[in-house]
Design a protein around this ligand. Structure first.
Ligand code: FA5
Ligand code: MG
Length: 466
């Protein structure tokens, strides 16, 4: 994406006061329900000029009503806009007819078929989590960029909208789960283009095995003491034992970490084959605070390599802190939208949020082979704007302003020029592409959007327009 904004593709992961509803509800296992029906198609642009649905005043989380004011507040520790609040509870991953739900189900099928239903599945854990869950529990350093207000949506200084499904790893481990899939909506302040959206869906997968030396011991023990109460333990070990049999272990000549890394890649390549048949993919070495080694998988799509997931061998510290002694584990987190774009030929990430029947009616429960047929192609309209930036200027803040004004009509925000003059002042020129997925926009509509963007960029970001 050349110079387009990419503050950190790997960007997630504070501080303190008390969170209103999290304190009240012990939110970690709240089931998440949403009372408002998903509205039907609205093909005309006149009624929703900025591509947004009306903002609801309340959601229901685990039986507790969450008012808009609990999540969106005029407070320096809160940076959640209405447009984000309106996405809470949409749960595209739970809609069996939606490409995100269809893909999730296909991933579940792969794990059920290949791992004999051993993976526990969670897909309605509350997206409001503590800073501890989102960052501390997965070893994200105190000064990591992902913790900043620039990258993460804070409800208050101790509560965030989760920016990855890894936020649930520690609590699930503590509750004794050793193989699990967590699917959910995640939230990030991010750039604007066809593969980035501030709300997207991730599947987090973790698999834990006892280290081979323990299997030798326990396997030996169990062979002589087939006590019924060990059944559960035996099942867990069978998985591990199968993967780390002494023969394989000895023959491989690898340590536990390398062996787990190999198993992880085998699992993911199998998943890719299950989903795609053949596809061009490559592994990239990566860094995550919670895994070592770490990798990313990229898939070739629309003549570019696109990152679809991050993964690695879980840091021992996380396992130890959560009661998993002497085990080795792998985990991955994949972006459902990105994979669905490749699988269903969906050219722009905004389409997943479309209520237009010309989009929603193209997909069928359980059907992976469908290719999306674009129902309209309206030309984008480009508007440039230049300004002298100040020290606190960030591209994510600019994108928030643009999304706040134009909603899903903003297709891309791209830095096209950048220079510093002799006085040390830095100028940025951004090109904003406006395009509706559903109808054509008039010149007046676009000019009005651009006028508002300019006005708010000046007032909210305190920059000097040129
Ligand atoms: C993570 O979120 C890690 N928690 C993944 C992980 C889990 C690594 C377990 C190791 C072990 P990352 O920020 O790279 O990593 O995001 C994972 C995937 O989410 C990306 O590969 C991409 O497919 C998707 N993704 C990230 N940002 C966006 C976005 N703004 N819009 C859509 N998809 C995104
Ligand atoms: Mg990444």
């Amino acid at each position: 994406m050349t110079m387009a904004m990419s503050i950190a593709q790997f960007t997630f992961f504070s501080r303190a006061t008390s969170s209103s509803f999290l304190n009240r509800t012990n939110a970690r296992f709240n089931r998440f329900t949403f009372s408002t029906p998903f509205s039907t198609a609205d093909a005309t642009c006149t009624r929703k000029k900025n591509g947004r649905l009306p903002v609801l005043s309340a959601l229901e989380l685990g039986g507790v009503k969450i008012a808009r004011d609990d999540v969106v507040r005029d407070d320096p520790t809160n940076n959640v806009p209405d447009s984000i609040f309106s996405k809470l509870g949409m749960q595209l991953h739970k809609r069996n007819q939606h490409p995100i739900g269809i893909l999730k189900n296909a991933i579940y099928e792969y794990f059920d078929a290949n791992y004999s239903n051993k993976f526990d599945k969670f897909d309605d854990l509350c997206p409001l989590v503590s800073v501890k869950q989102n960052f501390d529990d997965v070893l994200v350093p105190a000064d990591h960029i992902s913790r900043s207000y620039n990258d993460t949506y804070y409800v208050d200084s101790q509560t965030v909208l989760r920016c990855h499904t890894s936020a649930h790893q520690a609590e699930l481990l503590r509750d004794g789960h050793t193989h699990f899939l967590v699917t959910g909506d995640v939230y990030r302040r991010d750039s604007i283009d066809s593969t980035h959206y501030p709300v997207f869906h991730q599947v987090f997968v973790a698999s834990h095995y006892l280290q081979p030396p323990n299997f030798f011991f326990l396997g030996f023990f169990l062979r002589f003491w087939s006590i019924h109460s060990y059944t559960l333990l035996l099942e867990m070990q069978m998985e591990g034992f199968r993967v780390f049999s002494p023969e394989e272990w000895e023959a491989s000549g690898l340590d536990g970490t390398s062996y787990a890394a190999g198993d992880l890649k085998k699992c993911l390549e199998g998943l890719a084959r299950h989903l795609f048949g053949a596809v061009e993919m490559r592994w990239i070495d990566a860094y995550f605070p919670f895994t070592n080694p770490s990798f990313e998988l990229e898939i070739y799509f629309q003549e570019k390599w696109m990152e679809v997931l991050g993964c690695g061998v879980t840091e021992q510290e996380i396992l130890r802190n959560n009661g998993q002694l002497d085990s080795v584990a792998w985990a991955f987190g994949l972006g459902l939208e990105r994979l669905a774009m490749v699988l269903f030929d969906i050219p722009d990430i905004r389409l997943f949020w479309s209520n237009d029947e010309r989009f929603t009616s193209q997909f069928t429960k359980g059907k992976m082979g469908i290719k999306f047929k674009p129902f309209s192609k309206f030309p984008p309209c480009f508007k440039d704007m230049s300004f002298w930036i100040n020290e606190s200027f960030t591209e994510n803040n600019l994108c928030e302003v643009v999304r706040g004004v134009a909603g899903d009509l903003a297709e891309e925000v791209q830095l096209i020029d950048n220079f510093t003059n002799k006085k040390g002042m830095t100028s940025h020129c951004y090109r904003i592409a406006y395009r509706s997925m559903e109808c054509s926009l008039t010149d007046e509509e676009i000019n009005e959007l651009q006028r508002k963007v300019r006005e708010q960029v000046e007032t909210k970001l305190n920059v000097e327009l040129r």
